[in-house]
Ligand binder design. Structure first.
Ligand code: GN1
Ligand code: MG
Length: 547
């Protein structure tokens, strides 16, 4: 058995020492904070990723490939973050998160070794000392290359072949998830960026062909890429799919200036401020037969929007609207199958607009589940359905198709167009994680197939006025929630919130601690703008008085 590489690890650990009293936490999005504080965390994450790979053996007892993604998504340019991706492209299991936190909080190598060595030795022995396998990528942030090099320096420091890794440098988050899975599951795709682009464009163009839709008649889409990695990747995708290039115009694609990332643009800016990003004016946004879209900084979120022509009013098509559009297409296709007993379900969070949930339950008559915030929670719930559609209101989501779905539909292949399209949707829509590019293509295809334009899509239902506020408190851990984060257990202010809600027409409000920022979030919605603002103010006040 190969020995635990104590010396090599110790020397890299000491080169990037943790702060005096580290207090990091592997949260909803892995570790995410100011980039200058991440060096020691990279050592902890890279080491844990090795152990995770050694612990995930395939049927030949060979370690499976684990992903490491360096990104802070929609956060400001000076932040960065890192997360571990499991063999099937899903997130690190929750029961491993405390281990990541513990490792990151070791102040000395002695403490670090005490935790990592027994695990490394145990799993390495089960893997008959075969090397761990890793893939690594980063977004366009200035700190990305430096943080990535800390990982590769660690891997390269082992004299034995303890780790085999592939460094992809710049990737979008969904690409990294796709590539990780493809290394472990050849049927999923070719583990490269070109494999990813081919999978998307082939499935998209084949769907259009089944309906005799020429790419020329698709809605013309202007895509705000947040000056992030999505810009480079969308350009590369369009280069490999020339028949689509005239239908997508890219704005906010300045990745050369890292300080522009997410500034006045991107999915989070558009959703939070409910207004157009830099680079798209209301004339452009109100052009006939067109649509606007925004990716976030690592291209795993999508929101769409346009401006109403006469009034120039901004109209947002957020994650809720995307979920409903895709559900409409999928439900329609399911009803066209000769027979089936497939269960479709939609998973949202408490942030979903109440009008969208009513539409799902009352009009689409589909089961609706409310999960805790954070895609890992939604993903988990969506897996319980044969077709699980999940989206956070902020545009992060996807559609998961189960093995039962594939088995059932294969029966109809060759004699049911609907079955063929559904199977192609499984190829088009990223099965590992939310994916702005793949979701955008699915949206554009849905609009063409359903013969719906952006205005008609927006009119499916009307959002209740809503407001999301952030309250900075002394200790957000004092706020404890239950019922998928819709009710507070502590501090004792829930009954007061209930009273305010009861006094508000169609009122709804909840308070939860953020998993990614040192703050508490307050959400409020109501029948009118005025009532919504009043409810938000009342609840924010309550929270402020308790902190
Ligand atoms: C209200 C909101 O948008 N919350 C976001 C935000 O989580 P918080 O736990 O609310 O900070 O970041 C998460 C990671 O990107 C994302 O999954 C989630 O939807
Ligand atoms: Mg993101």
């Amino acid at each position: 058995m190969s020995a635990f590489p104590s010396q090599a690890l110790e020397s890299v650990f000491n080169k990037f020492p943790p702060p005096q009293n580290p207090n990091f936490s592997y949260g909803t999005a892995g570790f995410r904070l100011g980039a200058s504080k991440l060096d020691s965390i990279m050592v902890a994450v890279a080491s844990l990723a090795i152990v995770r790979s050694l612990s995930c053996l395939d049927e030949t007892s060979t370690p499976q490939t684990i992903g490491i993604m360096i990104t802070a998504s929609h956060n400001p340019p000076q932040d960065n973050g890192v997360k571990i991706v499991d063999p099937l492209g899903d997130m690190l299991p929750q029961d491993w998160e405390p281990l990541a936190t513990k490792l990151a909080n070791c102040a000395t190598f002695k403490e670090f070794e005490k935790i990592i060595k027994p695990l490394w030795t145990k799993y390495s022995s089960a893997a008959s000392s075969k090397p761990a396998k890793l893939v690594i990528g980063r977004d366009t942030r200035e700190s990305g290359p430096r943080l990535l090099r800390i990982c590769t320096e660690l891997f390269d420091s082992f004299s034995d072949k303890l780790v085999i890794y592939r460094n992809f440098e710049e990737l979008s988050t969904p690409e990294l998830h796709y590539i990780t899975r493809s290394f472990n599951d050849v049927s999923f795709g070719v583990p490269s960026e070109s494999g990813y682009y081919d999978k998307l464009s082939n499935s998209f163009l084949r769907i259009l062909k089944l309906y005799d839709i020429s790419p020329d008649v698709l809605v013309s889409t202007t895509v705000d890429c947040a000056n992030g990695v999505g810009a480079d990747k969308l350009k590369a995708f369009l280069e490999t799919s020339p028949s689509l290039s005239s239908k997508f115009a890219i704005v906010n694609s300045d990745t050369a200036d890292p300080l522009q990332l997410n500034v006045q643009c991107g999915a989070d800016f558009v959703k939070t401020n409910q207004k157009l990003p830099n680079g798209i004016d209301s004339d452009l946004a109100s052009k006939d037969l067109s649509l606007c879209a925004s990716f976030d900084g690592d291209a795993d979120r999508l929101v769409c929007y346009f401006c109403d022509k006469p009034s120039k009013k901004f109209i947002l098509l957020d994650g809720d609207k995307i979920a409903i559009l895709l559900s409409r297409l999928i439900s329609t296709l399911i009803t066209q199958l000769p027979e089936n007993n497939l269960e479709i379900g939609i998973v949202q969070t408490a942030y979903a607009n109440g009008a969208s949930t009513s539409y799902i339950v009352n009009k689409l008559k589909l089961p609706s589940v409310c999960a805790k915030t954070g895609v890992k929670h939604l993903h988990h719930e969506a897996m319980k359905f044969d077709i699980g559609i999940y989206f956070e209101a902020n545009g992060h989501g996807t559609v998961l198709f189960s093995e039962k779905f594939t088995a059932e539909l294969k029966k109809f292949e060759g004699h049911s167009k609907a079955a063929e399209v559904l199977l192609l949707l499984k190829e088009l829509i990223n099965q590992t994680v939310g994916d702005a590019l793949s979701d955008l293509l699915a949206v554009v295809a849905s609009l063409a197939i359903l013969k719906v334009d952006a205005a008609e899509w927006a009119n499916t239902y009307h959002d209740l006025p809503n407001k999301l506020s952030k309250v900075v408190v002394k200790d957000r851990n004092l706020f404890v929630t239950t019922d998928a984060e819709r009710r507070l257990v502590k501090p004792p202010i829930q009954s007061k919130i209930d009273d305010f809600v009861l006094q508000t027409k169609q009122g709804r409000s909840f308070v939860r601690p953020s998993g990614t920022e040192d703050a508490v979030r307050v959400y409020a919605e109501a029948e009118t703008e005025e009532e919504c603002l009043r409810l938000a103010e009342q609840v924010v006040h309550l929270v402020e008085n308790y902190s």
